[in-house]
Design a protein around this ligand. Structure first.
Ligand SMILES: N[C@@H](CCC(=O)N[C@@H](CS)C(=O)NCC(=O)O)C(=O)O
Length: 221
């Protein structure tokens, strides 16, 4: 399969790089930057009209939306066992977790906007930051109740849903103390030990968002 990925380091397009490593597929990776707006070109927007990463071409098929791309790749490569077939007892949970990952990612995105993307940090609302942090914490509490020890999101084992969620957990820890969620913390560690994760990180590029390791809720919120 010939694959071209428009990628922003440490963004949701990392999920595609990770999935490709799980599948043993190589890709032509085109690097972009959110700060320079380099996704807003006719070439990228012909694939992803909103100019967002990931935007991919796979054997002439173009797609955006990381969850849809991962589901498609899993369907194209059923032998890898990274998707769940229609009719399988775990199909509802698979779909649920793919989409829940985006509920969580949207909260991280809001926090990124408040903490790292505004030109003047004084423009951010401490109240909104507090609310979004609490909402992010609620998604992690939910995940904590859904995870078993020594497991992935599905009882049948590692799947594309873990890639969707796993990416988030490396970004969430800039805003929440992940050790407050022991099963989630152990789960992230489990994911981080997968060779595919390391191989994808080696291709990810330098993140240009975070200037510190942790961004607490501001005083006075
Ligand atoms: N739900 C979409 C979200 C895509 C998205 O918003 N990507 C961000 C990077 S994580 C982006 O390209 N942002 C560009 C911008 O905000 O200008 C997905 O999962 O692919």
């Amino acid at each position: 399969m010939s694959v071209r990925v428009h990628h922003v380091p440490f963004s949701r397009s990392f999920r595609v790089l990770w999935m490709l490593e799980e599948l043993g597929l190589s890709a032509d990776i085109v690097m972009h930057s959110i700060r320079t707006g380099s996704m807003r070109t006719p070439e990228v927007q012909s694939i992803s009209p909103a100019g967002r990463a990931p935007a991919v071409e796979m054997d002439g098929v173009t797609m955006f939306e990381s969850g849809a791309i991962l589901e498609y790749l899993a369907e194209q490569h059923p032998e890898a066992g990274l998707g769940v077939a229609v009719g399988h007892v775990e199909r509802p949970r698979f779909l649920q977790m793919i989409h829940f990952a985006e509920t969580q990612a949207s909260l991280i995105e809001q926090l990124n906007m408040s903490h790292v993307f505004l030109r003047d940090p004084a423009m951010a609302s401490p109240t909104v930051i507090k609310l979004n942090t609490r909402r992010l914490q609620a998604t992690l509490s939910a995940l904590e109740t859904m995870l078993e020890s020594d497991s992935y999101l599905l009882a049948r084992g590692f799947s594309a849903a873990d890639i969707m969620m796993g990416f988030n957990l490396f970004a969430a820890s800039y805003y929440v103390v992940l050790t407050d969620y022991p099963k989630v913390f152990a789960y992230r560690d489990r994911l981080a030990h997968r060779p595919s994760y390391h191989a994808a990180r080696a291709k990810d590029g330098q993140q240009e968002f975070y200037a510190q390791d942790f961004y607490p809720i501001p005083e006075g919120s």
